[in-house]
Design a protein around this ligand. Structure first.
Ligand code: THU
Length: 136
């Protein structure tokens, strides 16, 4: 299966398990690492609204738990007329583990609608490199 197709299928499968009773906006995300492994996540809302988590955060947590660190590409899948792109906080979460050139796909139920680079979504980002001198 082609990489983007595999990402779409993984995001769609995760989205079917989304827990979004408050917004009724189910989201699925899937990422592929530099080693070719795919991890997915769904949004998990909460009665205490602000602590709900995004699909992207779930996919990143799954990647880290499996011992991987490098996001090559990520796809986010949501419904509706407007494009579902990662929220601002998730752009920063992705930045931690992805290069500026990493591809980010925005998809609807019918397939991929748009492709961006991370740098296009989060220009001049603050990231791990900024703290390199402090860490060494
Ligand atoms: N949401 C995501 O999971 N990812 C996105 O990229 C956009 C928004 C979720 C958060 C919340 O559960 C619901 O969508 C509505 O904002």
């Amino acid at each position: 299966m082609e990489k983007r197709e595999a990402l779409f299928e993984a995001a769609a499968a995760a989205r079917r398990h989304a827990y979004a009773p408050y917004s009724n906006f189910a989201v699925g995300a899937a990422l592929i690492t530099s080693s070719g492994a795919i991890f997915s996540g769904a949004n998990v809302e909460n009665a205490a609204y602000p602590i709900g988590t995004c699909a992207e955060a779930g996919a990143i947590a799954a990647m880290i738990a499996a011992g991987e660190r490098q996001i090559a590409e990520l796809l986010v899948l949501g419904d509706g007329a407007a494009l579902t792109t990662p929220c601002g906080a998730c752009r920063q979460r992705i930045r931690e583990f992805a290069a500026p050139e990493a591809k980010i796909y925005a998809a609807g139920p019918e397939g991929i609608r748009a492709a961006f680079t991370l740098a296009a979504l989060l220009p001049d980002a603050f990231g791990p490199d900024n703290l390199q001198e402090k860490l060494t």
